[in-house]
Design a binder for this molecule. Structure first.
Ligand SMILES: N[C@@H](CCC(=O)N[C@@H](CS)C(=O)NCC(=O)O)C(=O)O
Length: 236
């Protein structure tokens, strides 16, 4: 029987794509990565949700990174993406969810603060253009007003919104350090869905997607080492 044709559609830069890409590598599967080049690619490739990544196996579509990982584990169980022990597997699932949702929340808050709602545009690599627009806006009185409004909305404190976001991120990194403890991977000594999700999020920080986040990560050596371990297991 001919091997299945596996195609992963998604921006390589996105944490969710990275999570799935590394799962495919871990399982030793051959696949093609197709990256969007236009905003329309999202709706075309992902008719159900408009979100990427999606994966097709011989044309059969699965959306959402978590469902994709579950589907891969069903079809190609070796090596497994969840621990055999049901309690540990439940912890891994919970952490996967937590990583996907909590870091995204800070990222959305950052985009919102920056006055940048074009998430899709950011995802196809227009970050620099967005930053330029932001800098230009700051020069105009209306830009300053928007900034003050965002500042007040960030909780009514006089803490700058970007400081509040970085403080929150720093707390979440502290949580991860505690969850990891002295183990090589979360709750286990093998890579699971939890590690792939956390890795994707930490990668966006290592790239300094939210300015200052790279520094926060660098100050947590156990997480820096954790990323290296995931990279050793999933193709560098
Ligand atoms: N829960 C989804 C999230 C996927 C997601 O948010 N994808 C972003 C790219 S990182 C996207 O497609 N954004 C396009 C949009 O919001 O229109 C998953 O785990 O796959």
């Amino acid at each position: 029987m001919a091997p299945e044709e596996i195609v992963l559609y998604g921006p390589r830069e996105a944490p969710y794509t990275e999570k799935v890409r590394r799962a495919l590598v871990l399982k030793g599967l051959r696949f093609e990565l197709r990256e969007p080049t236009r905003a329309e690619d999202y709706a075309k490739w992902s008719p159900e949700t408009g979100l990427l990544p999606v994966m097709t196996i011989d044309g059969q579509l699965t959306s959402d990174s978590t469902s994709i990982l579950m589907q891969l584990d069903r079809l190609y169980p070796d090596p497994p993406l969840l621990a055999k022990d049901a309690t540990i597997a439940a912890q891994q699932r919970t952490l996967e969810d937590w990583a996907d949702e909590s870091f995204l929340w800070y990222f959305m808050k950052w985009l919102n603060f920056r006055g940048e709602h074009a998430v899709a545009a950011t995802n196809v690599g227009q970050n620099q253009q967005a930053s330029r627009q932001y800098a230009e806006e700051q020069q105009r009185p209306l830009g300053r007003l928007r900034r003050i409004t965002a500042w007040l909305r960030a909780g009514g404190t006089w803490e700058r919104p970007e400081t509040a976001i970085l403080r929150g991120l720093s707390d979440r990194l502290g949580d991860l350090v505690n969850f990891l403890g002295a183990r090589p991977f979360f709750y286990s000594d093998r890579v699971s869905i939890a590690d792939l999700a956390v890795y994707g999020m930490l990668l966006t920080m290592r790239r300094d997607s939210i300015p200052g986040s790279q520094q926060l990560l660098a100050s947590r050596p156990s997480l820096v080492e954790f990323m290296r371990r995931v990279e050793r297991e999933t193709g560098g």
